[in-house]
Design a protein around this ligand. Sequence first.
Ligand code: ATP
Length: 510
Amino acid sequence: MKRFPMIETAIGLAVGVMVYLGVKGYNVMPVFFMAGLMIMLTQTTQLRNMGGKKVAAVSSSTVPGIKFEDIGGQTAAKKELLEAIDFITNREQIKKMGIRPLKGILLTGPPGTGKTLLAKAAAHHTGSVFLAAAGSDFVEMYAGVGAQRVRDLFRKARETARREKKNSAMIFIDEIDVLGVKRGSHASHMEYDQTLNALLVELDGVVVDDEVQVLIMGATNRADMLDPALLRPGRFDRVVNVDLPDKEGRLAILALHTKGKPLAAGVSLEDLARQTFGFSGAHLEALSNEAAILALRDGAEQIAMHHMVEAVDKVILGEKLDRKPMPEEKRRVAIHEAGHALVGEWTEAGSVSTVTITPRGRAMGYVRTNPSDDRYLYTRPLLEAQIAVALAGFAAEELVLGDGSTGASSDFAKANEMARRIVQAGMSELGIVDPEHGNKTRESEVVATIIRQQMAKVRWFLEQRREVAVQVADVLTAHEVISGDDLRVMLAAAPALPAMPAAATETEAA
Ligand code: ATP
């Protein structure tokens, strides 16, 4: 609804009255002068408020309570950061050696990996006051406001440190890419450029003799977007990578976040750390929290391993849904998941931990696997195995029900992605391919061939294990879940697998 323009109407009326009085011969000039003065004053105050508002919203605090010990894993990042901030604690020595102070540290890495925590711990370690802001806080449509905010932030950092009798201050700017994006690359680039220039000027102004040593820490997961001027030596000249934690790191983070929670005797944090490859610190915190909520809902006194495992699924896939699929849909999903699970066991024995057809998030069912270790490198057979598992759901539907369904679309996308990785990593018959100028048509043909070959193998295997697939699907339809162990018992009872005829894959691949 359109707002009634009260102010505009009042101004219009006032101007009308003034013109009328002017025509009648009254001297209206002083009134115009006063009105002009008032408008100017209001505008200036508004602009200052706009500039000051966000800086006032900047969360400033005294020295934060977070210590490096409160951060799990990230050993390399902690070490690098400790070395970098050493100059604040050893100020006299640094001065004596004529070393210029370090002005900026850039923390780069995926979301939720502990960049804010590390910045706070650095402030704690050096006894610095800590001010935090986000790149978006500096973005305004009014030219000059962002730049003013940058200056205000540095001023506020120095003032706060002086007031609290500290000789150092740390300014943390999260999502610094919003403010430090390459100059000229933004649509409203004048304002962005001015803001970034103000930051560069403030960084350049930091000197070792300053009464308050200011260190700026930026965090981003898009370091490639930053203006090169920010990264040149003398500005953000230390870049600390804050990556997703490895298994040891995940274990340490889980231990931190479950400390003080009533864990049952059977809970193995090692197992959970193994099962949570790709989780960030924030995911692991959410997992520990969700597990406690699930235990509370169950009315349990302690958090059991099954609460933890369910929390892993919840963090990956989302909340369980009340949506009830139709009986034939449920049967189809059961057969689809049975296919994935059986081929999963075929390609890596012992890898399946649970199969369920309880809808959760966007998944209608899923197979939980038990990865043996973090894996960062893949050979062609490993990728082919993943392609086979991805295709198995559709193949099982076709084999048992006579046709496939749209439920396999994301499986195909995954299979294609893996096959493309084989080609792009130079592991296909094309050898090393030029990622930019290679023959895309030929590459797509090879991708299709890899998928056809894997599909043929999967079809052959599932034909041999058709009865087990139906058995597993029956259990799933009745109970919605089957454990990896029960699945292995069923597989073990099946007759030995004959040797796969080479023709099975060749015919399909041709
Ligand atoms: P973003 O890039 O999204 O701003 P971030 O990297 O700054 O994320 P943090 O805000 O530091 O991440 O972490 C979010 C939460 O995740 C923390 O409050 C903490 O609970 C948990 N967390 C993340 N990493 C760790 C870690 N290494 N040790 C312990 N907890 C962690």
